[in-house]
Design a protein around this ligand. Sequence first.
Ligand SMILES: Cc1cc2nc3c(=O)[nH]c(=O)nc-3n(C[C@H](O)[C@H](O)[C@H](O)COP(=O)(O)OP(=O)(O)OC[C@H]3O[C@@H](n4cnc5c(N)ncnc54)[C@H](O)[C@@H]3O)c2cc1C
Length: 300
Amino acid sequence: MKQSLIQALQNRLEEGRLLENQPLKEYTSFRIGGAASVLLLPKTAAELQACLRVLSEYGETPYIIGAGSNILAPDEGLDRVVICLRSMAEVRRVSENEIEAEAGALLSKTAVFAKNEGLSGMEFAHGIPGTVGGAVFMNAGAYGGEISHVCKAVTVLERSGEIRELSCDEAAFGYRTSRFENSGEIVLCARFSLIPASSDEIGAKMAELLQRRRASQPLEQPSAGSTFKRPVGGYAAALIDQAGLKGLQIGGAAVSEKHAGFVVNLGGATAADVRALIAQIQEKVKENSGIQLEPEVRIW
Ligand SMILES: Cc1cc2nc3c(=O)[nH]c(=O)nc-3n(C[C@H](O)[C@H](O)[C@H](O)COP(=O)(O)OP(=O)(O)OC[C@H]3O[C@@H](n4cnc5c(N)ncnc54)[C@H](O)[C@@H]3O)c2cc1C
């Protein structure tokens, strides 16, 4: 990576917010991934915007990371600029029934904020370990709720450095997808339209969903959540279980015994182990059921 690019980026950020050779395993819930040559931790949209303008001048496209809870990063690392948005994490109430959250705000924090404001609708998101930006990108969802149900508008930064607001329709949400998969825009913040309700009832719902999650998911082991999208006409976990793959292990990666939809890192798993296991699961499930599973986890 050019030293002049690193210097130009450094000049746009506060001291200590450009880090070199950062192991991506420390930024992903899978605890897998080699070093990123340069990792930026902008604190404000203005800093991010200034960095993007520099990157655009150098013809560099950065990788974006929120909580890293849906990413499999490569073992060999990335000789690229990775921008982590976790430091942009403010959540505020903007009207009678709306809150706005910056991209790096955790969903758990956003859901608790909504509860404390007596606003219902974010309960489904409380146990999803991602940020608002990653959740908008993925149209994350659980227990019948999803981002598209509550999202009113998304403010984005185009790769050129321009900021604009998109409506929920423009975000083109689909099942675990959105326009951001292809647009290259960075989600800066999202506005959620919620319904006034009792904080106690919202809190009780959140606690119940968290309990269901703890009972069914291997939260004690590193993973990226559900490895595969739900296929038409079935559930990935059930298909994997029916193919007899629970516990199947390659290197340090295994199909969880507790929830067959999760690939977990038993300790020391590499991205190569996980990719090989994903390929084997896809092959065996296809043989057994005729259904082709599609990864939900973003393989970098
Ligand atoms: C234990 C566990 C349970 C989970 N349960 C669920 C669940 O119930 N439902 C569910 O939907 N998911 C679940 N997930 C997956 C994951 O938490 C979600 O997909 C979450 O929305 C990802 O957010 P993130 O901030 O971690 O995104 P990351 O993993 O950091 O990024 C995911 C993708 O979004 C892009 N991205 C991130 N931030 C931005 C941004 N600001 N602008 C543009 N692009 C961006 C990244 O480049 C990447 O392509 C689970 C994961 C784990 C580990």
